[in-house]
Design a protein around this ligand. Structure first.
Ligand SMILES: [Fe+2]
Length: 250
Protein backbone atom coordinates (compact mmCIF):
# COMPACT_ATOMS: atom_id res chain seq x y z
CA UNK A 1 0.00 0.00 0.00
CA UNK A 2 1.16 3.47 -0.84
CA UNK A 3 0.98 6.30 1.63
CA UNK A 4 1.91 9.96 1.30
CA UNK A 5 3.56 11.72 4.25
CA UNK A 6 3.18 15.47 4.15
CA UNK A 7 4.16 18.09 6.72
CA UNK A 8 4.45 21.81 7.34
CA UNK A 9 1.85 23.02 4.86
CA UNK A 10 1.87 26.40 6.62
CA UNK A 11 -1.31 27.72 5.02
CA UNK A 12 0.20 27.64 1.54
CA UNK A 13 -2.78 26.60 -0.59
CA UNK A 14 -0.98 26.68 -3.95
CA UNK A 15 1.70 24.32 -2.58
CA UNK A 16 -0.84 22.01 -0.95
CA UNK A 17 -2.96 21.88 -4.11
CA UNK A 18 0.08 20.98 -6.22
CA UNK A 19 1.12 18.23 -3.79
CA UNK A 20 -2.40 16.80 -3.60
CA UNK A 21 -2.50 16.65 -7.41
CA UNK A 22 0.86 14.86 -7.42
CA UNK A 23 -0.45 12.41 -4.80
CA UNK A 24 -3.61 11.77 -6.83
CA UNK A 25 -1.57 11.21 -10.01
CA UNK A 26 0.11 8.24 -8.30
CA UNK A 27 -3.20 6.82 -7.17
CA UNK A 28 -2.32 7.23 -3.49
CA UNK A 29 -5.32 7.20 -1.20
CA UNK A 30 -3.73 7.42 2.19
CA UNK A 31 -2.26 10.67 3.49
CA UNK A 32 -0.67 11.35 6.87
CA UNK A 33 0.07 14.96 7.82
CA UNK A 34 2.77 15.63 10.41
CA UNK A 35 1.64 19.04 11.60
CA UNK A 36 1.90 22.78 11.06
CA UNK A 37 -1.08 22.99 8.74
CA UNK A 38 -1.31 26.70 9.55
CA UNK A 39 1.02 29.58 10.40
CA UNK A 40 3.08 31.89 8.14
CA UNK A 41 0.92 31.48 5.04
CA UNK A 42 -2.14 33.27 3.65
CA UNK A 43 -4.75 30.46 3.47
CA UNK A 44 -5.13 28.78 6.88
CA UNK A 45 -8.87 27.99 6.58
CA UNK A 46 -8.62 26.51 3.10
CA UNK A 47 -5.60 24.38 3.97
CA UNK A 48 -7.21 23.17 7.16
CA UNK A 49 -10.35 22.19 5.23
CA UNK A 50 -8.29 20.17 2.72
CA UNK A 51 -6.28 18.39 5.40
CA UNK A 52 -9.43 17.65 7.40
CA UNK A 53 -10.99 16.17 4.29
CA UNK A 54 -8.08 14.12 3.01
CA UNK A 55 -5.66 13.20 5.79
CA UNK A 56 -6.28 9.97 7.70
CA UNK A 57 -3.84 10.80 10.48
CA UNK A 58 -2.77 14.33 11.40
CA UNK A 59 -0.30 15.28 14.12
CA UNK A 60 -0.32 18.55 16.09
CA UNK A 61 2.44 20.97 15.04
CA UNK A 62 3.84 23.82 17.12
CA UNK A 63 2.12 26.43 14.92
CA UNK A 64 -1.21 24.59 15.18
CA UNK A 65 -0.72 24.57 18.94
CA UNK A 66 0.22 28.27 18.99
CA UNK A 67 -3.01 29.09 17.18
CA UNK A 68 -4.95 27.33 19.93
CA UNK A 69 -3.04 28.41 23.02
CA UNK A 70 -0.66 31.15 24.07
CA UNK A 71 2.34 30.95 21.76
CA UNK A 72 5.67 30.28 23.39
CA UNK A 73 9.12 30.96 21.95
CA UNK A 74 7.96 32.52 18.70
CA UNK A 75 9.88 35.37 17.03
CA UNK A 76 7.93 38.59 16.33
CA UNK A 77 7.25 37.73 12.67
CA UNK A 78 5.95 34.25 13.53
CA UNK A 79 3.96 35.64 16.46
CA UNK A 80 2.22 38.23 14.31
CA UNK A 81 1.36 35.48 11.83
CA UNK A 82 -0.08 33.37 14.67
CA UNK A 83 -2.40 36.20 15.75
CA UNK A 84 -3.47 36.86 12.16
CA UNK A 85 -4.12 33.13 11.65
CA UNK A 86 -6.22 33.02 14.81
CA UNK A 87 -8.26 35.95 13.55
CA UNK A 88 -8.88 34.19 10.23
CA UNK A 89 -10.02 31.02 11.94
CA UNK A 90 -12.33 33.02 14.20
CA UNK A 91 -13.96 35.21 11.60
CA UNK A 92 -13.34 34.28 7.98
CA UNK A 93 -14.63 31.79 5.45
CA UNK A 94 -17.52 29.56 6.27
CA UNK A 95 -20.54 28.89 8.41
CA UNK A 96 -20.37 28.87 12.23
CA UNK A 97 -20.51 25.09 11.96
CA UNK A 98 -17.44 24.96 9.74
CA UNK A 99 -15.61 27.44 11.96
CA UNK A 100 -16.29 25.28 15.03
CA UNK A 101 -15.29 22.17 13.12
CA UNK A 102 -11.87 23.66 12.38
CA UNK A 103 -11.24 24.62 16.00
CA UNK A 104 -12.40 21.21 17.24
CA UNK A 105 -10.14 19.49 14.75
CA UNK A 106 -7.09 21.50 15.79
CA UNK A 107 -7.91 21.00 19.46
CA UNK A 108 -8.12 17.23 19.12
CA UNK A 109 -4.94 16.60 17.14
CA UNK A 110 -2.64 14.04 18.76
CA UNK A 111 1.05 14.72 19.40
CA UNK A 112 2.16 11.29 18.24
CA UNK A 113 0.82 8.37 16.31
CA UNK A 114 2.25 4.86 16.47
CA UNK A 115 1.61 2.06 14.05
CA UNK A 116 3.73 -1.04 14.62
CA UNK A 117 7.35 -0.06 13.88
CA UNK A 118 6.34 3.39 12.74
CA UNK A 119 6.23 6.46 14.95
CA UNK A 120 4.89 9.76 13.60
CA UNK A 121 5.61 13.09 15.31
CA UNK A 122 5.96 16.74 14.37
CA UNK A 123 9.30 17.58 16.03
CA UNK A 124 11.20 14.73 17.59
CA UNK A 125 10.63 11.39 19.34
CA UNK A 126 11.68 13.02 22.63
CA UNK A 127 9.58 16.18 22.39
CA UNK A 128 7.01 15.45 19.75
CA UNK A 129 5.72 18.98 19.19
CA UNK A 130 8.59 21.38 19.77
CA UNK A 131 12.05 19.86 19.51
CA UNK A 132 14.03 20.48 16.34
CA UNK A 133 16.32 17.83 14.90
CA UNK A 134 18.64 19.64 12.51
CA UNK A 135 21.13 18.01 10.11
CA UNK A 136 24.04 19.37 12.17
CA UNK A 137 22.72 17.53 15.24
CA UNK A 138 24.46 14.42 13.90
CA UNK A 139 27.59 15.92 15.50
CA UNK A 140 25.88 15.96 18.90
CA UNK A 141 26.24 12.37 19.99
CA UNK A 142 24.38 12.86 23.26
CA UNK A 143 21.36 14.31 21.54
CA UNK A 144 21.29 11.68 18.80
CA UNK A 145 21.64 8.85 21.34
CA UNK A 146 18.84 10.31 23.44
CA UNK A 147 16.59 10.63 20.39
CA UNK A 148 17.31 7.17 19.02
CA UNK A 149 16.74 5.63 22.46
CA UNK A 150 13.11 6.66 21.96
CA UNK A 151 12.80 5.28 18.43
CA UNK A 152 11.62 1.69 18.26
CA UNK A 153 12.37 1.44 14.56
CA UNK A 154 11.28 4.22 12.25
CA UNK A 155 10.35 7.76 13.23
CA UNK A 156 8.83 10.21 10.75
CA UNK A 157 8.92 13.91 11.48
CA UNK A 158 8.85 17.46 10.09
CA UNK A 159 9.31 20.81 11.90
CA UNK A 160 12.73 21.88 10.52
CA UNK A 161 11.45 21.95 6.92
CA UNK A 162 14.72 20.24 5.94
CA UNK A 163 14.16 16.83 4.36
CA UNK A 164 16.49 13.89 4.91
CA UNK A 165 17.23 10.65 6.71
CA UNK A 166 19.07 10.46 10.05
CA UNK A 167 20.80 7.12 10.50
CA UNK A 168 21.69 5.53 13.81
CA UNK A 169 25.35 5.88 12.74
CA UNK A 170 24.83 9.62 12.99
CA UNK A 171 24.73 10.40 9.33
CA UNK A 172 22.31 12.81 7.70
CA UNK A 173 21.39 11.85 4.14
CA UNK A 174 19.77 14.53 2.00
CA UNK A 175 17.28 13.46 -0.69
CA UNK A 176 20.01 14.15 -3.29
CA UNK A 177 22.50 11.94 -1.39
CA UNK A 178 20.15 8.97 -1.73
CA UNK A 179 18.85 9.78 -5.20
CA UNK A 180 15.44 10.52 -3.64
CA UNK A 181 14.94 6.89 -2.53
CA UNK A 182 15.66 5.06 0.69
CA UNK A 183 14.86 1.51 1.72
CA UNK A 184 13.99 1.04 5.38
CA UNK A 185 16.10 -1.80 6.80
CA UNK A 186 16.92 -3.33 10.17
CA UNK A 187 18.56 -0.20 11.55
CA UNK A 188 16.42 2.51 13.14
CA UNK A 189 16.12 5.82 11.30
CA UNK A 190 14.50 9.19 11.76
CA UNK A 191 13.06 10.53 8.53
CA UNK A 192 12.30 14.18 8.01
CA UNK A 193 9.70 14.36 5.26
CA UNK A 194 10.40 18.02 4.41
CA UNK A 195 7.86 20.80 4.02
CA UNK A 196 5.00 21.23 1.58
CA UNK A 197 4.48 24.94 2.07
CA UNK A 198 7.78 26.46 3.17
CA UNK A 199 10.85 24.37 2.20
CA UNK A 200 14.12 25.52 3.79
CA UNK A 201 16.73 23.40 2.01
CA UNK A 202 17.35 25.98 -0.72
CA UNK A 203 14.95 24.19 -3.06
CA UNK A 204 11.69 26.16 -3.27
CA UNK A 205 9.71 23.22 -4.61
CA UNK A 206 7.26 21.48 -2.26
CA UNK A 207 8.65 18.37 -0.61
CA UNK A 208 6.93 15.25 0.71
CA UNK A 209 7.49 11.50 0.98
CA UNK A 210 5.75 8.50 -0.52
CA UNK A 211 6.18 5.23 1.32
CA UNK A 212 5.47 1.89 -0.31
CA UNK A 213 6.67 -1.51 0.94
CA UNK A 214 9.48 -0.05 3.09
CA UNK A 215 10.75 2.15 0.28
CA UNK A 216 10.64 5.91 0.75
CA UNK A 217 10.59 8.24 -2.21
CA UNK A 218 11.10 11.97 -1.83
CA UNK A 219 8.94 13.96 -4.22
CA UNK A 220 9.61 17.56 -5.22
CA UNK A 221 6.74 19.44 -6.79
CA UNK A 222 6.66 22.84 -8.49
CA UNK A 223 3.91 25.28 -7.62
CA UNK A 224 3.03 28.92 -8.26
CA UNK A 225 5.39 30.47 -5.70
CA UNK A 226 4.81 34.00 -7.01
CA UNK A 227 1.08 33.72 -6.42
CA UNK A 228 1.50 32.70 -2.77
CA UNK A 229 4.22 35.30 -2.21
CA UNK A 230 1.97 38.02 -3.63
CA UNK A 231 -0.87 37.00 -1.30
CA UNK A 232 1.54 37.37 1.62
CA UNK A 233 2.72 40.79 0.40
CA UNK A 234 -0.95 41.87 0.22
CA UNK A 235 -1.61 40.98 3.87
CA UNK A 236 -0.05 43.60 6.16
CA UNK A 237 0.06 41.26 9.17
CA UNK A 238 2.19 38.74 7.28
CA UNK A 239 5.76 40.04 7.02
CA UNK A 240 7.10 40.34 3.47
CA UNK A 241 10.06 38.14 4.36
CA UNK A 242 7.59 35.24 4.60
CA UNK A 243 6.91 35.70 0.89
CA UNK A 244 10.55 36.27 0.00
CA UNK A 245 11.69 33.08 1.70
CA UNK A 246 9.31 30.96 -0.37
CA UNK A 247 11.10 32.08 -3.52
CA UNK A 248 14.51 31.01 -2.29
CA UNK A 249 13.43 27.98 -0.24
CA UNK A 250 15.18 29.05 2.93
FE1 LIG B 1 6.78 24.23 10.56
Amino acid sequence: MKRALISDVHANLEALTAVLADIRSQDIREIFCLGDIVGYGPNPCECLDEVMRLSQVTILGNHDQATLFDPDGFNPVALQAVYWTREQLESANGSPLQINKRWDYLGELPRTHTEGDYLFVHGSPREPTNEYVFPEDVYNQRKMDALFSRVEKYCFQGHTHIPGVFTVDREFLTPEDIDYRYRLGDEPVMVNVGSVGQPRDNDPRCCYVVIEDSVLTYRRVDYDVDKTAQKIYDIPDLDNMLGDRLRSGR
